[in-house]
Ligand binder design. Structure first.
Ligand code: AMP
Ligand code: MG
Length: 345
């Protein structure tokens, strides 16, 4: 784990510890997959919040161990077995993530593909220290991994056993793990009887219920700095953004972002950021990554294929393009204009 797991419980309103203490806002912060996750519960009793936060601390820690793409754990063990062509037992959770990944890979036409872990590693992105510096990998090495065509569809999952028909497959759930972890947290919160909450992992958010009768408001960052606008969401909706501006390799005269096009083996540049609203975080996370890969021509079509009605992209020059469905939630910042896409043919 890159930073010690931290648990901070803050009462945002002064809560009396009396027998019938008023319900208050409670929040806690956790580190998972190198990201700070803030969980805010509205209208929870302190003891209830404490129990939820203790569960989340434990579960986030477990996921970090089991789903990490390069720190030795359950997933790296499975990857070693897949590379050698052996059938291997894995956790029910990893089985679920593989099954869902297959759906996203199919729907996105291969733009979302969690089997390209070897390519992600080749580009030097299996690290917590960004920016990575230095020249890109050798062209021949990129081509070899690309041409091996690793895909989640090469995996067969039966029960808790997985086998790969392609030794080039290396799973990297970096494109959906955060969404999955946030959904997990929301399930824990709901099961505890809390109706209103927000879980925010560095701007990737899932809402539950509302914020004292109003929608939760989520800022959309501008890739070139500042805020591009705001999204109002409630009732379980997830808002996820993928961008090429935070994590990248920096060479003397070029920048290589961390999202790769599995079909070229290379980083994608044209879309600086894609924001997606979906019914759950896992889908929103996978779709946001897929739309960055899809690029200016294809992103509305890929969004539709993935069942996403509300999506927007921001280009390097600051232009904002959005689907008609996104306009129900998104308000651009002052002086910003939104170009609305036609419905996909
Ligand atoms: P995100 O920030 O959700 O867009 O996820 C980016 C992370 O997903 C990268 O750091 C890689 O670990 C992984 N990744 C990169 N390219 C892809 C892709 N085309 N499909 C799926 N995962 C990817
Ligand atoms: Mg993603």
């Amino acid at each position: 784990m890159s930073a010690p797991l931290r648990l901070v419980v803050t009462c945002l309103l002064a809560a009396a510890a009396a027998a019938c203490a008023p319900a208050v806002d409670e929040s806690a912060e956790f580190y998972v997959f190198g990201t700070l996750v803030e969980v805010r519960l509205s209208g929870a009793q302190p003891e209830q919040a404490e129990a939820i936060f203790a569960t989340l601390q434990q579960e986030f820690q477990r996921m970090h161990r089991e789903l990490h793409a390069w720190e030795p754990g359950e997933l790296t063990r499975l990857n070693a077995a897949l590379a050698s062509g052996e059938a291997a037992r894995t956790t029910a959770e990893i089985g679920t993530l593989i099954r869902r990944s297959k759906d996203y890979e199919r729907a996105s036409g291969g733009r979302f593909n969690p089997a390209i872990g070897k390519l992600v590693a080749l580009w030097g992105f299996h690290t917590s220290d960004f920016p990575v510096t230095g020249p890109p990998p050798a062209e021949a090495a990129i081509r070899a991994l690309r041409d091996a065509r690793p895909s989640s569809l090469d995996l067969e999952v039966s029960g808790d056993t997985v086998i790969s028909s392609n030794p080039a497959v290396q799973l990297d759930f970096g494109g959906i793990a955060k969404g999955y972890a946030i959904d997990f947290a929301c399930d824990v919160i709901r099961a505890s009887g809390i109706q209103d909450a927000i879980v925010n992992a560095g701007g990737d958010v899932r809402t539950l219920g509302d914020n004292r009768g109003k929608a939760w408001r989520i800022g959309v960052r501008d890739p070139s700095g500042g805020v591009a606008g705001g999204i109002e969401a409630r009732d379980g909706l997830a808002v996820f953004t993928s961008g090429n501006y935070e994590r990248f390799r920096q060479d003397a005269d070029a920048r290589y972002p961390h999202i790769l096009d599995p079909r070229t083996g290379r980083p994608v540049q044209a879309v600086a950021a894609a924001t997606v609203i979906a019914r759950n975080g896992t889908t929103a996370d996978a779709a946001a990554t897929a739309l960055v890969v899809a690029g200016p021509e294809d992103w509305p079509k890929v969004a539709e294929k993935m069942g996403i009605e509300a999506a927007m992209v921001i280009y390097a020059d600051g232009r904002i393009h959005a689907t008609p469905g996104m306009l129900e939630y998104f308000t651009p910042g002052e002086g910003r204009e939104v170009i609305v896409t036609e419905s996909a043919p």
